[in-house]
Design a protein around this ligand. Structure first.
Ligand SMILES: [Zn+2]
Length: 64
């Protein structure tokens, strides 16, 4: 599921660009595209994304 949402950095007032970053959770890492400010490098991770991906990882662990 992709969210096409334009986000503006509060600090720099510039449009955030999507960047693939690596997350670590429960000793596992996964990649996800998140909006990132090209000026200050701040990434925006919505609660929905965080909780959604986290539960995905937990699900994967249970299946193994
Ligand atoms: Zn910024």
């Amino acid at each position: 599921m992709e969210e096409k949402q334009k986000l503006i950095c509060d600090k720099c007032k510039v449009e955030m660009v999507e960047l693939e970053v690596e997350f670590s959770y429960l000793n596992r890492s996964f990649r996800h595209k998140v909006p990132r400010c090209p000026e200050c490098g701040q990434v925006h991770i919505s609660e929905k994304l965080a909780s959604g991906r986290m539960s995905d990882v937990e699900k994967n662990l249970e299946e193994k």
